[in-house]
Design a protein around this ligand. Sequence first.
Ligand code: F6R
Length: 588
Amino acid sequence: MCGIVGVVSSENCQHQVLEGLKKLQYRGYDSAGICLKMGGELVAFKAKGSVEDLEKKCPENMEAALAVGHTRWATHGSVCEKNAHPIFSANKHWAVVHNGIIENFPQLQYDLAKEGVCFKTETDTEVISALLALDNFKDPIQNLIWACGRLKGSYAICAVQQSDQNQILVAKKKSPLYIFSSGSESMVASDPVCFPEDQYYRLEDDEFASVSQTGVIFYNKNGKRIVKETQGAITKQSQISKGVFKHFMLKEIYETPDGLNALSESFANFDFSKMRKWWIGKVKLIGCGTAYHACLMGARYFKKHLGLDAEAVTASEFRYDKVILDTSTLCIFVSQSGETADTIAAAQKALKHTKKIVALTNVSYSTLSSMTPHVLSICAGPEIAVASTKAYSCQVAALYLLVMALKGEKELKNALKNVKKTSKLLEKFYVNLGRFAEDISACQHVFFIGRGSDYITALEGALKLKEISYINCNAFPAGELKHGVLTLIDHSTPVIVIATEKQTSDKTMNSAFEAKARGGKLYLISSQMPNAASLDKFEMCLTLPQTCPDLECLLATLPLQLLAYNVAVMRGNDPDKPRNLAKSVTVE
Ligand code: F6R
């Protein structure tokens, strides 16, 4: 993944790059580095850890005319200073920061080694600086175009050269890259959130640019100059702060009702008349991780309310599997960031077969939004914590509203009322986790069970908890316990039971009691209190307020998100930046 920022300005470039990188840490935070150009020379600082760690290592007020920085999520090569970017060419003439994966780097390394190039890092990126250092052309941009012609895979690149010219050379394929230029300063970044104003250029695949203080020149892959238009509308910086909360994750959980309200307003004003005319044969819902769980919930809505053959598929499977699509297939791509590489590749595949493609995203300027014919915003507002919380609830609610909107005007109106009611309940829902979080924080394994929509909530609860607590969590359909899982239950095993569905909750309870009989400790999250006779079987019972059955899953999700948050904090983990993960997964 990784985030990159470059600045050419007469002001303090170093400071601007470091501040930009701090905003990009959702893309990776293993290590960070910066390259400053000072009097024609390239100087670099690197740190293992966060951008804040890098900042401590950089001398203040270095008067650089140009700087490029990088925050890393390791793909090739361990996490260490040597592998942190910028990656220099052996002759130190070129420095490169890169987001993406060069898939043919072993072959390129082999070819370059034969020409005497000696590699110093374990990164795939070093082949880029090595290719540039061959200096096959006088014009540096021609060098970059030529070098990129030899690369396979994905890349957003900022390259700088030891020379008198203060310019950043940039290239893009499959990884996002944006450029801002005001006439007196120019910036390059993986996300326009780094820019001071909301007018910027979006670089497309196989486009190149040379970025200097006074402006930008764009090129196509044949080296011909091209003209590009700016675009705009990004999230205002002021919205992105922790406010009174200790962590973004907690703040974002509490922002769920705001997101649901914004979503309702947006759907109430959206014109669904075109979509209502579609003849839909079947529905595929595609996403990754938490977004995939929202897809599972969405598939249930399509089946229940529209009687359609609907299936949720993880994007990483969809892109390579034999999936049968035709012009009557409705494909819905769900992605908070709109930048997830697998989801984008899956959408590219679907676009070859059907035009009935809808993207549900949280980022209006994302790659997924720009490539799909129909885009609906989930309106969750900026989500910074790596673990997705309010975005999940908004994705589920958006899928529910979409299904009801396709059913008809009247159905949408009712559905909007249901979302509003649920949002109000969430606002007032005080969850006292009591000993629950303490018990769980001391465990090594946790099981979650449920049936139907409760099983999907269990899957999402397990993902959230494992993601930030590092506890091994697994979710099962309640009826599956006896087919193998019971073997793992002993007196120390917590089983979190989700039972909101009226038609299946008795059955789920039976499965829970089978686990109890083997020593399992039961924690119940349900819309109803269990009867007095079985109350003492549970360590804790959390009773949810009642809403329409389709949205009870949102009420059950809230305590699970809070549980994950509290357990992570109790175990001394940073819930906003769990180890080994990144918010935006822009590599395969
Ligand atoms: C889990 C989580 C991830 C993302 C997944 C897809 O809390 O955040 O599982 O849901 O990486 O990301 P988007 O929705 O940006 O495509």
